[in-house]
Design a binder for this molecule. Sequence first.
Ligand code: ZN
Length: 151
Amino acid sequence: MTNLKSNSQTGTHFSATYLGRLDDLKQYTFATDDGALSIEGKIFLNPILDLTGAEISINRLGANDSMPFYHKHKDNEEVYIFIGGRGEIQIDGEIIEVSEGTVVRIAPDAVRSWRNCSDQPLFYIVVQVPANQYQGDTISDGILVDGEVKW
Ligand code: ZN
């Protein structure tokens, strides 16, 4: 596995990393400490970027592969953003077709699993945030800063 810290850059108010090309996500494997769970092609950004309000994973699921388990969450809702490939996601037994451009929000208590239904990799991003915590609307937290943009 690539040493992501060596691919990372930090400043006073930012952290950045280079994960490689999407198809190279297969080099990453998420595994639980007890070894009970191992998922190839999954990388969590929280430990790399020191996120403070969310967990985000970038994912590549191989051709015709599927998640071998159902899961749900205690407090967090998830948003699945599909950015390539074709597959299906099931939520409480309801199946939705997904492909590049599909975005699915799932409430914490919903039981979910998903699969790749194609001969090409399925690429997706999962954003996990505490449910019912967001306040405001789309841009109410943004503050315009005076001055011309220079590069
Ligand atoms: Zn989850």
